[in-house]
Design a protein around this ligand. Structure first.
Ligand SMILES: Cc1cc2nc3c(=O)[nH]c(=O)nc-3n(C[C@H](O)[C@H](O)[C@H](O)COP(=O)(O)OP(=O)(O)OC[C@H]3O[C@@H](n4cnc5c(N)ncnc54)[C@H](O)[C@@H]3O)c2cc1C
Length: 431
């Protein structure tokens, strides 16, 4: 049995891992490295994720994988301090005393916000799927807190789509980020970087006979005589982990496959080496003002500075459609001005663009989650799958890949059972 997998992100790797031993697996990856959204790049003497990544305390599938790869002991729980930038100043908002001093909200507004955050510990995602985050927030925390705190965050994360995002997404986001003690939240990071996970995962798969073809975009899929042809090569089954609308473009058999359209957005992330810490020791600063980036993520205020030998920061932004013009320059100009740096404090700056960085969970998404099975022995899973709803994560993509492979194996078992049952019948007839 030959199985082709599209995409060497966590979902594709997890699918191949689950199929291990039961099938001969080939993974096609368009980029030169595996890892997808979690892939890393070399910057001088260190490797770093092109898009900031940390994990959360409930990521049990990820932990099991790290255990299997011999990396579990290297998972560190680091302090994820937070800040908020508004009215020209950066304020820390990690500890209760910092939140009390925070000037963006009045005391009653802070109390309302705190109660709202507590309510996120149990919420009904199904019921909130059809309500917009903005209307829900206005009702729960009032216009003042909405305008001063949430509106800029929603705008920076979803741009023009900010008003259509569901309250289910919002509450899952609040819930995941509110798992914190008095010293703030603890977030998981792999000693040395997540590339160690991707490298070890790929090495294990290769050792077990899986072929990983990097630098190999899939440009055509066709169905002929019961076989799937991926770039002309025949396979018995396919697991696609690429965005469904991309799949629709390369699929030459539109009648056999229904590829749903999922609203996606792009991510633009500037990775910089810096001579100074721009954020007073804070890891994650949300921008409460209009700026070309929504957050400043100072990686070396999270992972130890010694691993890198310089301060490392990301400026993050999301976009819909095309990348805003002259974005890198606008980001740098704005960042140096607001955070008191000279251009010469930036030792390197690399703008990474991912056009399809993830689905936008607009209202009603739950009912539109694409099906797992798109055609005969053809499965589709990834950031758009139910495991990643209402918020995508490494954990969700691992689970989605595992479920796709399990479904494939189960379907094959059913087919084989049917054949085995049919055989004695034929023999009886012949006899
Ligand atoms: C900015 C950002 C920050 C994030 N931070 C976190 C975080 O802190 N914690 C967390 O848990 N999650 C985080 N995530 C989410 C997490 O990265 C994803 O859920 C997960 O990595 C997605 O894995 P995937 O395999 O489903 O998809 P992808 O990683 O998108 O993998 C799909 C793969 O398919 C390949 N591909 C696409 N088209 C083709 C083609 N035609 N032919 C061959 N290959 C193709 C792509 O190159 C890619 O490698 C973040 C995501 C983003 C965008």
């Amino acid at each position: 049995m030959k199985i082709g997998t599209l995409g060497a992100g966590l979902c594709g790797l997890a699918a191949a891992h689950t199929l291990n031993g039961a099938a001969e697996c080939t993974i096609f990856e368009k980029y030169d490295t595996a890892g997808g959204c979690m892939a890393s790049k070399t910057y001088g003497s260190y490797r770093l994720e092109t898009l900031y990544h940390h994990c959360f305390s409930g990521d049990s599938v990820l932990f099991a994988l790290l255990e299997e790869l011999g990396l579990k002991d290297d998972l560190l729980w680091l302090k994820g301090s937070t800040g908020y930038y508004a009215k020209g100043k950066l304020e820390p908002v990690t500890t209760p005393s910092e939140i009390l001093k925070w000037s963006a909200l009045t005391l009653p507004q802070k109390a309302r916000l705190a109660l709202f955050v507590l309510s996120a510990r149990s919420f009904d995602a199904d019921a909130l799927d059809s309500i917009t985050a903005s209307s829900y927030l206005k009702e729960k925390v009032g216009d003042g807190v909405y305008k001063a705190f949430f509106a800029p965050l929603l705008r920076s994360k979803f741009g023009p789509k900010a008003d259509s995002v569901s309250a289910a997404w919002l509450m899952s986001r609040v819930a995941i980020r509110s798992d914190r003690g008095t010293e703030g939240e603890r977030l998981g990071y792999l000693k040395g970087g997540w590339h160690r996970l991707t490298d070890a995962f790929c090495a294990l798969l290769t050792q077990k006979g899986c072929t990983i073809k990097t630098g190999c975009p899939v440009t055509s899929i066709a169905y002929e005589d019961g076989k799937w042809l991926i770039n002309g090569e025949a396979f018995d089954a396919v697991i696609s982990t690429i965005p469904p609308q991309e799949l629709g473009k390369i699929c030459k058999t539109p009648h056999a496959l229904q590829c749903p359209k999922v609203p996606y957005q792009g991510a633009a992330c500037l990775t910089m080496g810096l001579k100074k810490d721009p954020a007073k020791g804070i890891y994650w600063t949300n921008m409460g003002e209009e700026s070309p980036y929504g957050a400043v993520v100072v990686h070396t205020n999270f992972a130890p500075f010694e691993w890198y030998g310089e301060h490392v920061a990301y400026l993050t932004s999301y976009f819909t459609g095309s990348v805003p013009e002259n974005l890198k320059e606008r980001m740098i100009t704005d960042f140096t001005r607001r955070f008191g740096l000279e251009r010469s404090d930036i030792t390197h700056a690399d703008l990474y663009i991912e056009q399809l960085a993830g689905p936008v969970f607009e209202t009603g998404y739950k009912k539109r989650i694409p099906p797992l099975t798109l055609g005969p022995r053809f499965y589709s899973a990834g950031m758009f799958s139910e495991e990643n709803y209402p918020e995508r994560s490494m954990e969700g993509s691992l689970k989605a890949g595992i479920r796709a492979a399990e479904q494939l194996l189960s379907d094959i078992r059913e087919e084989t059972k049917g054949e085995t049952k049919a055989e004695p019948k034929e023999e009886t007839t012949e006899a």
